[in-house]
Design a protein around this ligand. Structure first.
Ligand code: SER
Length: 415
């Protein structure tokens, strides 16, 4: 399959949906607007919620975006696996009361097979199996069949084929598209649990609204919410098994390796954490919402990410007081600035934020690590954890991570 550069897939996707009558909108801010259920934007659809519920009128009923998203729920896996990250871009196309299942599935299929030229044999899908409340999604099932997806390649589930952002809000059954990424012979029957099949795109048919008490009602209009994770799709298309070796990351990892004077292999965990966390910090501090490191809300996410990256730079024996983080941030800005103009506009702010936070943390990091080593011969009580936080600026998650490495426990609840 043809290889695409880091910025190609985004452009091709947006252009394809523009050609289908969609309005390409700029990514929304990372900070939700009028939405208390969310601290930070975690999916392409999150900023569009008022359009789904009918609270606001969309600029067009067909919209497409590449949205900056952050998910820190499984941050402890970042670095440990080849695919976890805190920041990602989500490509999406939306029907806001316009087309529904038929066109949505046709568009996905056309983009994958005609624009990206993915052979149909490498594709499989899942559809909503149905339960006592919502019936089996026969329309999607039959649509896939009509496009030439064999019935053995259409799996049905309940839990994995229903999507909602958080506990309440617009929701509905979905159909997920998988790609067979291995060189093994492709099995006749698709098994979504077989991890050689990777989910690359999700089409959610939002026709319901679930309230805080769990009551499900119909939305005023039927909508479509789709999401294709950019990092994963690029890795899949480029045929790499480690996301951090795709064109999204390769040059950043090479730079970190150069700064640390160590190879990537053998140092994956710390290098992935530095790459991912610095990139997320760049995007948060460049966001129009003007977030600064602090001890609350989005500012705390920013602080925690920068400090965790610093701790891993230290692990790699990088000279913390050198300009390592500035070099990494500048490379990231240069890669993304064409699409995200805020990176150019706020470049100085981003570099300042990183430098100031680093200097602040670096003043206490060494002493804090010495203190941790002193107290880590037994489990860490709440008071000690608080002392590390208050005196040495160790976010509780950092203490937990150090404790995990030292195979001891921390009283986080007491903290
Ligand atoms: N909201 C759905 C998801 O995040 C599809 O965009 O998977």
């Amino acid at each position: 399959m043809k290889k695409y550069g880091v910025n190609d897939l985004r452009r091709m996707y947006l252009e394809f949906f523009e050609s289908k009558g969609h309005l390409a909108m700029k990514s929304f801010s990372l900070v939700p607007h009028n939405d208390n259920s969310l601290l930070i934007i975690n999916s392409g659809m999150a900023p569009l919620k008022p359009y789904f519920t009918g609270q606001e009128i969309p600029p067009r009923r067909r919209v497409t975006t590449c949205q900056k998203c952050i998910r820190t729920g499984d941050i402890e896996n970042v670095g440990k696996t080849a695919r976890h990250g805190t920041f990602f871009e989500m490509l999406g196309n939306w029907s806001l009361g316009d087309y529904f299942k038929d066109e949505s599935i046709s568009y996905s299929f056309e983009f994958l097979t005609k624009v990206l030229n993915i052979p149909i044999e490498r594709l499989a899908v899942t559809v909503y199996a149905g339960d006592n409340k919502i019936p089996f999604d026969e329309v999607s099932h039959n649509k896939w069949l009509s496009l030439g997806i064999k019935k053995e390649r259409i799996a049905r589930t309940v839990e994995d084929n229903f999507w909602i952002a958080g506990a309440s809000g617009p929701c509905g059954p979905d159909t997920e598209i998988f790609y067979f990424r291995s060189n093994d012979e492709i099995p006749e029957v698709f098994d979504p649990e077989d991890d050689r099949w990777v989910e690359i795109w999700n089409n959610v048919f939002m026709e319901f609204y679930k309230d805080e008490n769990g009551n499900v009602t119909e939305l005023p209009k039927k909508n479509v919410d789709t999401g294709m994770g950019y990092e994963r799709a690029t890795a899949v298309l480029e045929g790499v098994l480690d996301n951090y070796t795709s064109s999204v990351w390769k040059d950043v990892i090479d730079l970190i390796s150069d700064i640390a004077k160590k190879p990537y292999i053998g140092n994956e965990e710390s290098m992935r954490i530095i790459a991912d966390h610095i990139r997320t910090a760049v995007f948060i501090s460049a966001d129009p919402a003007s977030i600064k490191p602090s001890n609350t809300d989005q500012g705390y996410i920013l602080r925690r990410l920068i400090r965790r990256a610093i701790r891993h730079a230290k692990k790699l024996e990088i000279d913390i007081s050198s300009d390592w983080e500035q070099r990494i941030a500048k490379l990231i800005i240069s890669k993304y600035k064409k699409y995200y103009s805020e990176l150019t506009e706020n470049e100085n702010v981003v570099l300042e934020v990183l430098k100031n936070e680093k200097e602040k943390f670096n003043r206490t990091l060494e002493k804090g690590l010495r203190e941790f080593n002193k107290v880590s011969n037994k489990d860490i009580d709440a008071e000690t954890a608080f002392h590390l936080y208050d005196t040495y600026g160790f976010p509780i998650e950092l203490t937990e991570e150090l404790a995990h490495d030292a195979k001891i426990k921390v009283d986080t609840l007491g903290f």
